[in-house]
Ligand binder design. Structure first.
Ligand SMILES: NC(=O)C1=CN([C@@H]2O[C@H](COP(=O)(O)OP(=O)(O)OC[C@H]3O[C@@H](n4cnc5c(N)ncnc54)[C@H](O)[C@@H]3O)[C@@H](O)[C@H]2O)[C@@H](O)CC1
Ligand SMILES: [K+]
Length: 556
């Protein structure tokens, strides 16, 4: 499953299933609790073999209800289970109340008491079932004190305690990956603010992952993510199939999996991302895969452009030409072979270096901020469909090509077209969309702000990060996360963004390329795959050189 459902979408799906009469809320809660116990035993097989001790922390809503189910199922396996309830039993919602009542037939539910909880017998497993998707306010201090990462240290041998989060580590907002704080807690303090330090060893969510598991603090707090099937899949219409244009309402995770076909792997030909890579058939001519022009900066500033060009060529463009000021021709000539080279001083003479077989432009890396760059961007955006493609040339705008419009983003937005993609990092994004910048985003998720940005700009927008969000003006949103088993911290290296811009352009410049947002998704995935394949010690130049190995593994 590649859809990422927000809290409201998840609730709507559950209500529809319940209203259809196919399932009851109690049955869903039972499956959720069972899913957590199964994931626990799968993840730590030794816990499945003998009985242990669990501390189950239940909250005032249905997340707490899941906790009571888990307590009962563990007790049935012979475990010793201590249960604490934050809230009042009589105020629990009906399904949670039913499971509470069932639990207290044989066990006890103690009232929340920080000192009592932390001075009890050492648990082997702490189950965090305090808040799930229903958390609307900052985590109460007395909950945060118990869930804090360091609270375990009140027990001997605390390093052996495992914490399992039900749906999410309590405090994490599953729509945006934020942890809301009380206003007076925003100031940096010597200790981590309550709530942000609730780090699970395993997080078990239901039906699909949620955006907040992948955005911002989500991966840091969730640590390992398991998704339990609670039987809603048959009812859920699949709207997030990777490789097809993205759904305008539901965000999808960029990963090589198809709904309902868990057995498929990325390595099977014909599946994503192979299915959207242009270079996969014989008998083709180099122009069938497009001619990409990458612009480079002046003397001594060509490295970023050269890396983008090489990435474009490796990614699959049939031809790549680096265009630089004439004064920089010699230094570039000394560094390039397969990438062609032309000099251009006057942006108005673009036609002299770009005939109408050019199907893509990449501008920004190392280009310099100023009027020349603006003029080049405008010239590239003004190009019409060429001889080989019924579409206009794709235009990838990155780095200085974006910053050159910081004073006047509207001019840029007036000229972009549907085959344009902006690829800012957070700093560049803030220059073009100051009201959507990270510092003023508030509770809006990164997905929502990039959606707004794409609608405002009128083209595809890709906001880079460990969590990369790609959206188009119609509202389609894809989230690629270099997190969990795809974490690639060594990708945080100078020039990695230049290579990404080149890879996107190289894939999208082909006249047979997929929809731009789909091509960008594939490029982002391949970029991280190259980093993972190369491993620690990576520098940006290694990324294009690793691409053939990654493509070979895709059986291309
Ligand atoms: N039938 C269903 O709806 C299912 C729900 N499931 C579980 O139910 C969870 C969602 O349940 P709920 O919607 O009841 O939400 P939660 O259980 O996450 O929390 C809601 C409760 O917390 C209170 N609350 C929110 N923020 C608070 C704060 N800062 N301080 C104090 N109290 C606060 C609310 O007033 C409400 O009582 C999911 O995360 C999942 O774990 C699963 O059992 C699957 C089925
Ligand atoms: K929780």
């Amino acid at each position: 499953m590649t859809e990422l459902l927000t809290a409201n979408q998840m609730r709507a799906l559950e209500s529809a299933a319940i209203e259809s009469g196919k399932v009851t809320g109690l049955e869903l809660m039972e499956r959720a609790g069972q899913g957590v116990v199964d994931a626990l035993c799968n993840n730590w097989p030794e816990l499945a073999e003998t009985a242990h001790r669990a501390l189950v922390l239940c909250g005032p809503g249905n997340n707490g209800g899941d906790g009571f189910v888990i307590a009962r199922l563990l007790a049935d396996r012979g475990w010793q289970v201590d249960v604490f309830l934050y809230g009042k039993a009589e105020k629990l919602p009906p399904d949670a109340r039913a499971n509470h009542d069932r639990w207290i037939e044989t066990g006890e539910a103690h009232q929340w008491d920080v000192d009592l909880i932390l001075s009890g017998a050492r648990p082997d497993v702490i189950v965090d079932a305090v808040f799930g998707i229903g958390l609307t306010r900052p985590l109460p201090g007395e909950v945060a004190r118990v869930l804090d990462h360091h609270a375990r240290e009140s027990w001997k041998n605390w390093m052996r305690i495992r914490k399992v989060a039900v749906d999410c580590p309590s405090g994490l907002n599953l729509d945006n990956g934020h942890v809301p704080l009380e206003p007076d807690m925003e100031a940096p303090a010597s200790e981590p603010p309550p709530g942000r330090s609730n780090i699970a060893d395993l997080t078990v969510t239901f039906h699909t992952p949620k955006p907040g598991h992948y955005l911002e603090l989500g991966p840091l707090m969730s640590r390992h993510l398991a998704v339990a099937d609670i039987g809603l899949r048959g009812d859920a219409m699949e709207r997030g199939i990777i490789g097809l244009p993205a759904d305008p309402e539901r965000a999808r995770l960029t990963e090589p999996k198809h709904f309902g076909a868990a057995g498929l792997t990325a390595l099977e030909p014909g599946t994503w991302p192979s299915s959207v890579l242009p270079k996969r058939r014989g008998g083709a001519h180099k122009y069938d895969f497009g001619h990409l022009i990458v612009f480079a900066g002046g003397v001594g500033r060509g490295g970023a452009g050269r890396m983008a060009a090489r990435a474009g060529l490796r990614a699959g463009a049939g031809l790549v030409t680096l265009v630089c000021p004439k004064a920089a021709l010699m230094e570039n000539a000394m560094q390039l072979n397969a990438v062609m080279l032309r000099g251009l001083d006057d942006p108005n003479l673009l036609g002299e270096v770009a005939d109408d077989r050019v199907s893509g432009f990449c501008l920004g890396p190392g280009l310099g901020v100023g009027t020349r760059t603006r003029a080049l961007v405008q010239a590239a955006l003004a190009r019409k469909a060429g001889e080989r493609d019924w579409r206009r040339p794709v235009v990838v705008l990155d780095a200085d090509a974006l910053t050159s419009f910081a004073d006047d983003p509207e001019t840029l937005f007036a000229e972009v077209h549907e085959r344009t993609i902006l690829t800012p990092h957070e700093g560049e994004f803030a220059r073009l969309f100051p009201d959507l910048a990270e510092a003023v985003r508030g509770a809006k998720s990164k997905i929502d702000v990039v959606r707004e940005a794409a609608a405002r700009a009128g083209c595809v927008v890709l906001l880079k990060g460990a969590d990369t969000v790609i959206t188009n003006p119609e509202g389609a949103a894809c989230l690629h996360a270099a997190a969990y088993d795809r974490a690639a911290p060594w990708l945080a290296t100078a020039g990695a963004g230049d290579v990404l811009a080149g890879m996107i352009a190289g894939l999208a410049a082909s006249p047979v390329s997929a929809d731009l947002i789909v091509a960008a998704e594939a490029a982002v995935w391949l970029h991280v795959e190259c980093a993972r394949s190369f491993g620690p010690g990576l520098i940006a130049e290694d990324l294009p050189e690793e691409l053939p190995k990654v493509l070979r593994a895709l059986s291309l």
